[in-house]
Every structure is written in structure tokens, then in C-alpha cells.
Write a new protein. Structure first.
Length: 202
């Protein structure tokens, strides 16, 4: 099964799948999107907040729908399409299933890339249908400072490694909120207002 639609690639928009908890969405995520759309000529990014991230050690603090709301108000890039498929499902979120859903519903796009952080990349061999993913997609890995990549995973041929463009991380923002410190340098004004209004991460 050719999940990436390679036969029709010339007629479709080259796209990327970018999943994550986005708890909350921050400027680091946005800088990644800007970089990959410009450097790899990606026409569309499917931003997918996870519903039930089964491989996360700790569950997200914000609810799936709060994280979806932050993605909707925090993204202004017209190349981004926010996908609510996973937050509307009670079952664990498997990337392969979401990609299959997007392939069926987004007929004008060819999803060529999967964007993920180095932590997730190091556990890629544990993902559902790992072999199929490796055969069908390119991987854009955002490498954190000081985080080593799994040597076995780096043997994947279709691999693009990007050094982290922004040191911001979601736990840093949540900790700042608990300590009553400003977060305006980490997130957009709209997301900051949403967090304040909903008393998130207090």
C-alpha cells in the first residue's frame, strides 16, 4: 500500500505531518513550521494535536480540546492546516492511522514528511507499523541540544535533521506559569490570553 501517494506526487501539494501534544503550542513549534516550509519547499503542514498519546510517560495537562483551541488561535501561517482527527477519538493516537485518514480525505496533498522531535525519533521503532512508516515517508527530526540520536534510527535513508531553532519547550512555559513569571516571549498574545482566561497550568 503506497501511503504517501508517490505515483501522483507531481500533481499534488508536497505536505508534512506534524503531530504533538502542543501543551501549549509555542514559538518553537512555529519556528519549525516556518523553517521546513521554506527550506524543504513544503506547501502544507498538517498540524495534529494528539488525543491520547499512548507513548507519553505523563499525560498532557491541558485537555485535547484545549490544546486544539490553542493551535487554532496560535497559528496564522496559511500553509498550516490543523487536524482534529485525533482529539475526537477516545482510542490511542497512532500516527499511521491518522496518515491513512489524511490520505483518504486530503486528495490534493501528498504527505511526504513526518516531523518529530529527537525524543520521539529515538522511539520510532516502537511505533505501530514502524516498517511501513520508514518505507513510505521522509523524517524531519528536530534535534535538541545535548540530545543524542539513536544510531540505529539514523540509518534510515530518508532523514532530515534540523538543529532546534528555539530553546523553548512546553514544560518550561508551564513551570513559568506556576511561578507567576511572564510567558510572552514564548507564546503568542492570543495563546497567552487563552491560558490566563482558562487558568491553565496554575
Amino acid at each position: 500500500m503506497n501511503l504517501s501517494g508517490k505515483n501522483n506526487e507531481k500533481n499534488l501539494q508536497i505536505s508534512a505531518y506534524y503531530g504533538g501534544t502542543f501543551d501549549p503550542l509555542h514559538n518553537g513549534h512555529l519556528s519549525i513550521i516556518k523553517n521546513i516550509t521554506e527550506s524543504l519547499l513544503i506547501r502544507k503542514v498538517f498540524l495534529v494535536p494528539t488525543g491520547n498519546p499512548y507513548m507519553k510517560r505523563f499525560s498532557p495537562i491541558a485537555t485535547p480540546f484545549q490544546r486544539l483551541a490553542m493551535c487554532k488561535i496560535g497559528v496564522t501561517n496559511k500553509s498550516v492546516q490543523i487536524v482534529d482527527y485525533e482529539v475526537n477519538r477516545p482510542n490511542p493516537s497512532y500516527t499511521i492511522d491518522t496518515l491513512d485518514f489524511l490520505k483518504k480525505t486530503q486528495k490534493d496533498s501528498c504527505i511526504k514528511y513526518i516531523v518529530l522531535g529527537s525524543d520521539a525519533f529515538n522511539e520510532l521503532h516502537l511505533w505501530k507499523d514502524y516498517i511501513q512508516l520508514v518505507k513510505s515517508y521522509h523524517f524531519i527530526v528536530i534535534k535538541r541540544i545535548g540530545n543524542k540520536l539513536n544510531k540505529n534510527q539514523t540509518k534510515i535513508n530518508k532523514l532530515h535533521i534540523i538543529k532546534k531553532l528555539d530553546d523553548t519547550n512546553s514544560s518550561q512555559i508551564r513551570n513559568a506559569i506556576r511561578l507567576k513569571k511572564p510567558i510572552n516571549k514564548y507564546v503568542s498574545k492570543e495563546i497567552e490570553k487563552y491560558i490566563t482566561k482558562t487558568n491553565l497550568y496554575q
